[in-house]
Design a protein around this ligand. Structure first.
Ligand SMILES: *Cc1c(COP(=O)(O)O)cnc(C)c1O
Length: 240
């Protein structure tokens, strides 16, 4: 995709988010847009940046670091959204502002220990396996509270909320169900006194369902940058 078409796609997505906020009685501006640039070159990130985009998501560390190195002086907010290997937490702790895919306490503790002292706390979402798929990353719903308590106690992390990648569903009503469950889990955390504000949910194919159910941040790749080819890490973090 060229610069003009990325800028055009971003406009379309922003308009669509505005429309959906209004259709589902969401506060205007309450749904943030993360542009998922995985597998796309730094030039594509640059083009989206020039069109005003600031939040970018990456799911594969090496692919991400190449782009971070290529774009050193931009005020981009980088989000890590992919599976995390415990021996690769350091660059994530050092170079990202958000991590959406924390699903076990070992990873949380390592990110906390490795977050540089001069950086603000790392924003963290717990990834929940809402569809109960065996191959999917994410903590089981019944373990969310326990992991949230662990993260809350780590001073270099700031627990922001929950993230999920539900399995594909046939229609809007069916797509809404797992998102509604995630929203209920966030309410449970709030009720237990945790200061959480983020539901990271919604991709190109299920953005409407996610916004209907309270998403505060949609993660959009294909609709902005076009289809991804080849690389296996271009797929979602799991069976998608
Ligand atoms: C790839 C990916 C997305 C974006 O998916 P699209 O369908 O291209 O919008 C969102 N979230 C995660 C975790 C991903 O891996």
């Amino acid at each position: 995709m060229n610069v003009t078409s990325i800028s055009h796609s971003l406009d379309e997505i922003r308009n669509r988010i505005t429309l959906l906020e209004s259709r589902y009685h969401r506060v205007a501006g309450s749904v943030a847009l993360m542009a998922v640039s995985k597998t796309k070159p730094a030039s594509a990130v640059q083009a989206a940046y020039e069109a005003g985009q600031r939040h970018f998501g990456e799911n594969h560390l090496q692919d991400a670091l190449t782009k971070l190195d290529a774009l050193p002086n931009l005020d981009i907010v980088w989000h890590f959204i992919g599976p995390i290997q415990s021996n690769k937490t350091r660059p994530i702790a050092e170079r990202f502002a958000w991590v959406h895919s924390v699903d076990r306490d070992k990873i949380a503790r390592r990110l906390n220990d490795q977050r540089p002292a001069d950086a603000p706390p790392l924003n963290v979402c717990i990834q929940v396996n809402v569809s109960g798929e065996a191959t999917k990353s994410g903590v089981a719903p019944e373990q969310v509270c326990e992991l949230a308590t662990v993260i809350q106690a780590l001073p270099r992390l700031r627990l922001r909320g929950l993230m999920a990648i539900p399995k594909p569903a046939a229609d809007l009503a069916e797509q809404r169900q797992p998102f509604a469950r995630l929203r209920a889990m966030l309410s449970t955390l709030e009720a237990s006194g945790l200061d959480v504000d983020t539901l990271s949910m919604g991709m190109t194919d299920d953005m409407e369902a996610a916004i209907a159910e309270g998403s505060t941040m949609v993660r959009i790749g294909t609709a902005i940058f076009g289809a991804r080819e080849g690389a296996s890490f271009g797929k979602g973090s799991g069976a998608r």
